[in-house]
Design a protein around this ligand. Structure first.
Ligand code: DC
Length: 219
């Protein structure tokens, strides 16, 4: 297997748990890990800091091109500041979804994503890992779960109950973001014909990781 093929591409909707599964699979195999959504989140945050509108394609693409971001020691840095938590808010999630619709922004981030692949191999998670960024990946997975279960996972993460107004808001935010990611013209979220479906609605993290490792051992 060439280094280019030593890639596991995991795509799927937000809050599906793909980040957790992807990073654990990477650790188990000794591969590097790319959280591509973080790059779109960083771009949205950077645009906000630099007073660029999220829909201003030229301005946001120019910022994405020179995004002063670093992934080190388990943290994510922007312009020398630890923004690991700041990029995880729902507002920045919506901003990320907005900037991710812009073709020039996607183009500006493409090589940067490919550069994450070194000699070790890579597990990348996002929306277009298998379709655009690493079309030669050895294993492509579409990881999903029902919107209800994803909203419950997000609520638990935030320490909120799985019912009531706040929960309904989380669920509708998730559904709105799914819809935007699926319907956009460039690199829409979709299950590719060559991707294996991993539905984690009734599956825990350990079982999901095991499933991916099992599939990879057979490629
Ligand atoms: O996976 P996430 O929630 O951190 O992603 C944030 C947003 O970035 C999401 O709404 C869609 C976008 N995204 C994308 O368009 N392509 C990727 N490869 C990863 C994320």
């Amino acid at each position: 297997m060439s280094v280019k093929q030593k890639v596991i591409a995991i795509d799927g909707p937000s809050a599906s748990g793909k980040g957790t599964v992807a990073s654990r699979v990477a650790a188990a195999l000794g591969f590097d890990y790319l959280d591509s959504g973080a790059l779109y989140r960083l771009t949205a945050l950077y645009a906000q800091q630099q007073h660029a509108e999220w829909h201003d394609e030229a301005a946001v693409a120019a910022l994405a091109e020179r995004l002063p971001a670093e992934f080190k020691d388990g943290s994510i840095w922007l312009d020398g500041q630890d923004v690991s938590e700041a990029i995880r808010t729902e507002a920045i999630g919506m901003g990320a979804s907005a900037v991710a619709q812009l073709p020039k922004v996607r183009a500006a981030l493409l090589q940067r994503q490919r550069d994450f692949l070194g000699d070790k191999g890579l597990v990348g998670d996002g929306r277009d890992m298998g379709s655009v960024v690493f079309p030669e990946a050895a294993l492509k997975i579409f990881l999903t779960a029902s919107a209800q279960v994803r909203a419950e996972r997000r609520a638990k993460q935030l320490g909120l109950p799985c019912e009531g107004v706040a929960f309904d808001r989380i669920l509708s935010d998730i559904e709105a973001r799914d819809e935007a990611d699926r319907r956009r013209a460039v690199a829409p979220l979709q299950q590719l014909p060559d991707a294996l479906l991993l539905d984690t609605t009734d599956l825990g993290i350990e079982e999901s990781v095991k499933k991916v490792l099992d599939w990879y051992s057979k490629v």
